[in-house]
Ligand binder design. Structure first.
Ligand SMILES: [Zn+2]
Length: 207
């Protein structure tokens, strides 16, 4: 009996429509390799190299999953929807919404989401009329919560969000910049302090 390894498994989220779906296996076969590639694999490993074609039952588009030397590759790769570590849940959820809207080319919703993420991160004093985004960024900067150049990045995120809401033309690269800047700011505000406090708890060994 010939040993036949199972096809590489399907992703859990569709990279096109973002649905969490059970992908349909359309076809699978041994991975075709060039002679040069063959030289890198011992026979046992090569037998396990397979390629599978799946389709999304929701949007009917296809993904290719390849297993090569025990590693699995998905094409196209699903978007990274996760906010940096230690971002509070509510804010991380809004960030994921922005990332999903960006993926789906929703040029109004995505920048508005990233703007909202920063509004939630720097809410300003409560109970009074909230100061403008500019004032809140200045204040965070003065208090050392948002050093340069992150303050400039925050301004860009706010401006992109405003432009989208006022129907100014927005290009994909503007929205991608807003996403990347938002991510850097979240990393600084939420991830970095936790890394610092963890390293205080367990100091590195002295030389
Ligand atoms: Zn889909």
């Amino acid at each position: 009996m010939n040993y036949r390894s199972p096809p590489p498994s399907a992703p859990k989220t569709c990279p096109y429509c973002e649905s969490h779906v059970e992908f349909v296996l359309e076809k699978e076969r041994p991975l075709k390799m060039s002679e040069r590639e063959h030289r890198f694999f011992v026979a046992g490993q090569a037998a396990d190299n397979r390629e599978a074609y799946y389709s999304c039952p929701h949007c009917e588009r296809g993904v290719v999953v390849t297993r090569r030397a025990e590693r699995t590759f998905v094409f196209p790769h699903p978007p990274n929807l996760y906010a940096p570590k230690h971002t509070p849940d509510k804010i991380a959820e809004r960030y994921a919404s922005g990332a999903m809207n960006l993926r789906s080319s929703r040029w109004v919703s995505a920048p508005a989401d990233f703007r909202a993420v920063l509004e939630m991160t720097f809410p300003g004093p409560e109970g009074r009329k909230r100061p403008s985004a500019d004032k809140r960024i200045e204040r965070a900067k003065a208090e050392g919560r948002l050093p340069s150049p992150l303050d400039e990045m925050a301004k860009v995120v706010f401006i992109t969000g405003n432009n989208s809401l006022h129907n100014h033309p927005i290009e994909r690269e503007h929205v991608e910049t807003a996403k990347n800047y938002t991510k850097e700011i979240l990393r600084f505000v939420y991830t970095l302090p936790c890394m610092k406090s963890q390293s205080k708890e367990s100091p590195p060994p002295s030389p």
